[in-house]
Design a protein. Structure first.
Length: 94
């Protein structure tokens, strides 16, 4: 059961979730969204990521989907450079 305090626990918080297309990453992203966070979800398989969040179109501005292969230093650096420009801070990193 979700209480109102649980629903807003991550209100006004930004969370970066990697490997968010499936498994633990997807579960974490969905839970953070349910608890009020803005979620920057990424995965190396962008089409799979987009498919995983097709029901989340009602969250404009609270869900950002990006391709990210965490085994590529250059891609990770570029991703977090962009995140730093678009978000004041990151409160959660998964």
């Amino acid at each position: 059961m979700q209480t109102s305090s649980t629903a807003a626990r991550f209100d006004r918080k930004a969370a970066v979730v990697t490997a968010a297309a499936s498994g633990i990453g997807l579960a974490c992203a969905n839970r953070l969204l349910a608890e009020g966070a803005t979620v920057l979800a990424s995965d190396k398989d962008l089409p799979a990521l987009e498919k995983s969040f097709t029901d989340s179109r009602h969250l404009p501005g609270r869900l950002v989907l990006d391709e990210l292969d965490v085994s590529s230093y250059g891609m990770v650096k570029s991703y977090f450079d962009t995140v730093a420009q678009t978000h004041e801070r990151i409160d959660v990193l998964v």
